[in-house]
Design a binder for this molecule. Sequence first.
Ligand code: CU
Length: 136
Amino acid sequence: MNRRLPAKLLLGAGLAVALLAVAPVPPAGASGTQIKVRIVSGGGCTNLFCFMPSAITIAPGTKVKWKNTTGAPHTATRCTVAACGVSGGTGADNGPGSPTIAPGTKYQFVFHGAGTYVYYCQVHGYAVMHGTVTVT
Ligand SMILES: [Cu+2]
């Protein structure tokens, strides 16, 4: 019995194989990728709320998405010495600088300039909530 697969099916399978072959999965933190930072409460936090992970290292061009999984509003705001007691770090980008991140919502920022970015939550303060992004 010589059953032949429909041409469309063969074409589709071939295309899928070709796409898999030319679209390697980029390593975590590679340019053009994204990384998630969850804003969480309770377990795993030293304080009531925290950014998790609180320190990340990424490549230029990486989009960082902060997702608020708590019932309270937060921000992801670049530090100043006046606001945090420490500087905002060495990175040249003008951010992160979120509006209020309401419960269940997200804020995203694409980092380009190499260096460090120290940020905090304006609602709860640096002592309770802060994090660092290092762009290599
Ligand atoms: Cu907060």
